[in-house]
Design a protein around this ligand. Structure first.
Ligand SMILES: Nc1nc2c(c(=O)[nH]1)N[C@H]1C(S)=C(S)[C@@H](COP(=O)(O)OP(=O)(O)OC[C@H]3O[C@@H](n4cnc5c(=O)[nH]c(N)nc54)[C@H](O)[C@@H]3O)O[C@H]1N2
Ligand SMILES: Nc1nc2c(c(=O)[nH]1)N[C@H]1C(S)=C(S)[C@@H](COP(=O)(O)OP(=O)(O)OC[C@H]3O[C@@H](n4cnc5c(=O)[nH]c(N)nc54)[C@H](O)[C@@H]3O)O[C@H]1N2
Ligand SMILES: [Mo]
Length: 813
């Protein structure tokens, strides 16, 4: 080896070398656990994609999936417990349950899949790990790994080992405690969590990290709504939306940007349907015409005045939801919204006070002059080019917004996962402020959260950038001295693992490896980490790539009974609308070896800090006591135990009352430029989306019924006109190359699908497409990975053809 090679490479040089190297396609597949053979047979029929959401097919799928995983009796019983006040809160999304009128079936097809996936009767026991080496398991797809069932016993892969072996709980805790104590700096440890963790466990988890001496608390929220939090904190003084579910009963206009609720928040469709029946206008702004936003069939018997109507409704065409569909191009939203606002301001100048809410603006906002000047300076050429939407359509949207008296704007990842994600959300706030649509019934921002408790985890202090009042209160209550220096977020975590600054990675729930951008960089980062610990319910690729040593700690799921002192423990979660809900698992755990998240955290704390020390960890096994602490540390949780036992309650939300705790004391208009895409000929901007059969990195099935894809996931949706210009045909196998600041990354063998997606845009599924996302491509100001804004080129794949006819547009399923 030359002396040059012996020199450690800089992080940037390494990242760029890794990125630019034309990778061995087989190696790419192995990282994702997909061999080319597994891709087929894939059948695609865009013509046969569902024309409406929910309805009979959803009921059939729900039952099929439930019975496959849980059997008939358990399926029926658990479906009655989901989202009930005395049952458990659905572990799928963070959409709220109706306050006072919960239905017999207060869940959706995808919530049911999430639950059935967790309550499956299949188990991954030590014998499974003895039979399969890690190398063998890495060959399998994510779908296969998840389908093997629930983890039941603690396992360890020792350094240099080829298999996972059983380890006792006691030895595992001792070992983790030892490894943590041996670090020379607490910041060498990282504590990751994803929003599955209930409030009580989340509070303990951040306490563990801070007593240990670090704010390294990256979480999945860094990848979904970090940009929303940053923009909302800055402009309205609270990093959350302001609307309640009941606002849907009062709203006359609802705008939905960058969200696919038919798949990801199906229960929202019920609220939209009701609003629609009351005469509200619904607009969806999305590069893809998502089925769930177009038509819906309501499967809830209670929503029909005569139960006999239901069977007819299920077979009928359902309710049309969207009045105006705006096919914005990928990352065209900022320009589109500015176009709308430019028109509204101009119209109001011609007829003062008729279009915008001047009284609200004068009394409650700051920054108007600069904002209005920014709109005046924006040219129509820039607006239409950057948005991909023509002037007539922008006028039509402005007509709707201009008429609105009570407008809700909902958004999800289509706005946030962009380099300008924070500015996108600022534009949403601008639009709402213009019409005074905040702090008024039926109006306001609705940041549609992902994981069931992602918002609650942040409220509990899972944040790498904690605010001083929180830390001061935590220290006073717990008698610790929390570190003040900010910790690592997700992207900083990847860098710290990559260059050896992080030595213990501890995760409660989630699968950071598969969720993170830049799969090769991330794989290398984890490979270098001396100790990786995952507290998990199901097996995933992150366990297998682990670190030098990888420890698996199996835990109870949301629907399973967590006992303490002979009682079922009560827990809580916070939904997208700031409602704190009780949740209580009732099912018998699948294995007697499982521990709860809470118990695992407590025992690791005991193993790390010993018996002495300011915090009496043993007492904290009891959630009631944890809630007593939460009540004294976090505002809004007064009388926590008593209120939770009575049911749900709302957290305070100052902007709802038009109190804006911002730097100006008012809601802030922001001036943001119009993003320039500057695509070279042949380049497209690719977004990444979820299929109907997955929950994030957990793949339940290989279909995406609403988009007409059956049996495979390596697909890329492209507009037929763009395909033709690129000299490619529908159904052809293509290789995708992404381009980021001179670096290229390639993923091979994706099936091109001619799809009604906006021009110069493309979409493919996450997590497969993460290979193409540069780790340094992040949202400015908040470091959220820009996983929905990837500049790509396509070329015909030179890889081996599969058996099925490549250009076929076969009829599925
Ligand atoms: N069943 C199920 N439910 C889930 C999840 C799941 O995986 N499965 N995940 C949960 C989580 S953690 C989250 S964060 C949420 C995610 O919920 P969503 O944000 O709905 O998830 P995505 O599939 O990423 O869809 C993004 C939507 O934005 C659109 N889009 C993409 N790029 C752009 C753009 O540039 N502009 C606009 N206007 N639109 C764009 C896409 O076409 C798609 O409709 O769902 C939660 N709920
Ligand atoms: N390209 C691209 N990448 C993305 C996104 C995208 O849209 N595009 N979306 C991003 C977003 S919004 C998110 S939230 C992240 C998701 O990132 P994560 O939240 O880290 O990933 P999940 O897939 O939700 O985690 C699944 C694992 O959690 C474990 N688990 C499930 N339930 C429980 C439980 O009750 N307790 C415990 N302890 N463990 C449990 C199981 O082992 C399961 O395998 O991905 C991000 N990555
Ligand atoms: Mo998310």
């Amino acid at each position: 080896m030359s002396s040059k090679d012996d020199q450690p490479k800089s992080e940037a040089a390494l990242s760029s070398e890794l990125a630019t190297r034309e990778r061995d396609p087989q190696a790419s597949f192995a990282l994702l656990g997909e061999t080319p053979e597994e891709v087929g047979p894939l059948t695609i029929s865009v013509d046969r994609r569902s024309k409406k959401a929910a309805g009979l097919p959803a009921i059939v799928q729900t039952m099929k999936f439930g019975v496959r995983e849980m059997g008939v009796v358990r399926t029926l019983r658990t479906f009655l417990e989901i989202n009930k006040e005395d049952g458990f809160d659905c572990q799928s999304c963070a959409w709220p349950s109706p306050d006072d009128k919960r239905k017999i079936a207060e869940f959706c097809e995808n919530g049911a899949k999430a639950m059935a996936d967790e309550l499956t009767r299949k188990k991954v026991e030590p014998s499974f790990f003895a039979e399969h080496s890690i190398a063998e398991l890495l060959e399998q797809s994510d779908y296969w790994l998840n389908a093997q069932g629930r983890l039941t016993q603690p396992m360890i892969k020792r350094e240099g080992g080829t298999h996972f072996e059983p380890i006792t709980w006691g030895d595992a805790f001792e070992r983790i405690g030892e490894k943590l104590r041996a670090l020379s700096d607490p910041n060498e440890a990282i504590f990751y969590t994803s929003g599955k963790t209930v409030n009580e466990a989340a509070f303990l988890f951040q306490l563990l990290a801070r007593q240990f001496g670090t704010n390294n608390l990256p979480d999945c929220s860094n990848m979904c709504h970090e940009a929303s939090g940053a923009a909302l904190n800055d402009t309205i003084g609270l990093g959350k939306g302001t609307i309640k579910l009941e606002d849907f009963d009062h709203s006359d206009t609802i705008l939905i940007l960058g969200n696919n609720p038919g798949t990801n928040h199906p229960r929202m469709l019920t609220s939209l349907e009701a609003a629609k029946h009351r005469g509200a206008t619904i607009v969806s702004i999305n590069p893809m015409p998502e089925t769930g936003l177009m038509r819906v069939v309501n499967p809830n018997p209670q929503d029909y005045s005569n139960p006999l109507e239901l069977p007819f409704a299920l077979l009928g065409d359902g309710t049309q939801l969207t009045d105006l569909y705006v096919p914005v191009r990928v990352n065209g939203d900022a320009a589109l919204l500015q176009g709308v606002m430019k028109l509204l301001v101009e119209r109001d100048r011609r007829a003062p006070g008729t279009v915008i809410d001047r009284a609200f603006i004068a009394e409650h906002t700051s920054g108007w002059d600069a904002f209005a000047a920014g709109l005046d300076a924006a040219t129509w050429e820039e607006i239409t080019e950057s948005s991909g939407v023509d002037r007539a359509m922008i006028e039509a949207l402005a007509d709707i917004v201009g008429r609105a008296k009570r407008m809700i704007v909902l958004w999800c990842l289509g706005l946030t996962q962009h380099p300008n994600g924070v500015d996108n959300v600022r534009q949403v706030v601008n639009l709402l402020l213009l019409g005074g649509h905040i702090g008024r019934p039926g109006a306001g921002p609705c940041c549609v959260r992902g994981h069931s408790n992602v918002q609650g985890d942040r409220t509990m202090g899972i944040w790498e950038h904690p605010k001083e009042p929180f830390l001061a209160a935590l220290d006073a209550e717990m008698g610790i001295r929390s570190p003040r220096a900010p910790g690592y977020n997700v992207v900083e975590t990847l860098h710290a693992l990559h260059d050896g600054r992080a030595k213990v990675f501890f995760a409660i729930s989630g699968n950071l490896f598969s969720a993170a951008p830049d799969t090769h960089y991330t794989a290398e980062a984890f490979k270098r980490c001396p100790v990786v610990v995952h507290v998990s319910t199901k097996l995933h690729r992150g366990h297998l790539l682990g670190g030098k040593e990888s420890i698996l700690l199996p835990c109870l799921g949301r629907a399973e009974r967590e006992m303490h002192g002979g009682q079922v423990q009560l827990s809580s979660v916070e939904d997208s609308m700031g409602i704190v809900n009780p949740t209580r698992g009732r099912e018998a755990p699948i294995s007697s070896h499982l521990l709860s998240d809470t118990e695992i955290i407590v025992r690791i704390a005991q193993a790390t800090f010993g018996k002495a020390g300011p915090v009496d960890w043993a007492r904290l096994l009891d959630h009631d006591r944890v809630r007593d602490h939460i009540e004294r540390v976090i505002p809004g949780f007064e009388d926590f135990n008593a209120r939770l036992r009575k049911g749900y309650f709302y957290l305070p939300n100052a902007p709802r009352d038009r109190v804006f705790r911002t730097s100006t004391g008012k809601a802030k208009f922001s001036t943001c430029g119009i993003p320039k895409h500057d695509l070279a000929p042949g380049e497209l901007l690719m977004t990444t989306v979820r299929s109907h059969d997955q929950f994030n990195t957990v793949v339940y099935g290989l279909n995406d019924r609403y988009r007409g894809v059956w049996g495979g996931r390596r697909v890329i949706f492209v507009n037929p006109l763009d395909l033709r210009e690129l000299g490619l045909t529908d159904g052809q196998w293509v290789d995708i190359t992404s381009h980021f600041e001179g670096e290229t990354r390639t993923a091979v063998r994706f099936r091109a699908i001619a799809y009604p997606i906006a021009r110069r845009s493309a979409a493919s599924y996450y997590p497969e497409a993460n290979v193409l996302v540069a780790v340094r491509a992040v949202a400015r100001e908040c470091n959220q990975p820009a996983q929905k804004c990837v500049r790509i080129t396509l070329r015909a794949s030179e890889q081996r053809e599969l058996g099925d006819a490549p250009a076929a547009r076969m009829l599925g399923p």
